[in-house]
Design a binder for this molecule. Structure first.
Ligand code: PEP
Length: 248
């Protein structure tokens, strides 16, 4: 039985003042049987962990370096993230693949560092619109999965997020048939490679999840939760999504 998860990615949004949303979220989810995570910008992680230490809300980050330490100006290591009390790291988000030319090999090395530090890696995969139109979606997903997910991944230390690039921040959402097809495919690939552990790895959908479409998405086969960008910034938007997941 896979535990449901609602994960929020604040990207480069928010402020110290916006961290008050964490308390508002935490206060409304105490009775819900769902893992909930917010990944604020790294600068706010320490304060976010402090504010949520008594709550059932986990705090994560949006990236880490693949080395344990060293001469990498401006970067942060997985060990530093764990040291702060954060628990998860999003890796291979399409914005990082595009803005920082991250390859799936980079993502795998970062994931290895994250697992080594005791963090849970949320590894993102997803096709561009051109790749979908060219009917290459499943090939792209297969390649990203095979290369980005390290051999050391298990059901407890790795979560996969399927995020079609064309649905991120656009207001366009994949249809439930499209989500169903890719999530079934990802599950089959994980099972083939990791056996029982692959059966236990959670699969999140990401791409313009909102309070109005969450219930339909969560009713889809092999969807164990969501990775949410814009709608995770405000408790008023994120809490209804978490509640829809708990009710699914
Ligand atoms: C994301 O950033 O991972 C994401 C899914 O964003 P949004 O929900 O805003 O589309």
């Amino acid at each position: 039985m896979r535990r449901k998860m609602a994960a929020g990615n604040w990207k480069m949004n928010g402020s110290r003042a916006a961290l008050s949303e964490l308390g508002a979220i935490a206060a409304q989810i105490t009775d819900l049987d769902v893992d909930t995570l917010i990944c604020p910008p790294a600068l706010y992680v320490s304060e976010a962990v402090g504010r949520t230490s008594n709550a059932s809300l986990h705090i994560g980050v949006q990236d880490c370096h693949f080395e344990i330490s060293g001469a990498h100006t401006g970067d942060i290591s997985a060990a530093m993230i764990a040291d702060l009390g954060a628990t998860h790291v999003i890796l291979g988000h399409s914005e990082r693949r595009a803005d920082h030319s991250e390859t799936s090999e980079d993502v795998r090395e970062k994931a290895r560092a994250a697992l080594h530090a005791g963090l849970t890696a949320i590894i993102c995969v997803g096709e561009s619109e051109d790749q979908r139109l060219a009917k290459n979606t499943l090939d792209i997903i297969a390649r990203q999965l095979a290369t980005s997910v390290p051999d050391a991944s298990t059901a407890t230390n790795t979560i996969i997020a399927y995020e079609p690039v064309w649905a991120i921040g656009t207001g366009r959402t994949a249809t439930t048939d499209e989500i169903d097809e890719v999530h079934d495919f990802v599950r089959a690939r994980l099972l083939r490679r990791f056996g029982e552990e692959g059966q236990g790895m959670r699969l999140l959908y990401g791409g313009s999840v909102k309070p109005t479409n969450a219930a339909e998405i969560f009713a889809t086969n092999n969807v164990d939760g969501a990775l949410v960008g814009g709608a995770s910034l405000k408790a008023d938007d994120f809490v209804p999504i978490i509640k829809a997941l708990a009710a699914s």
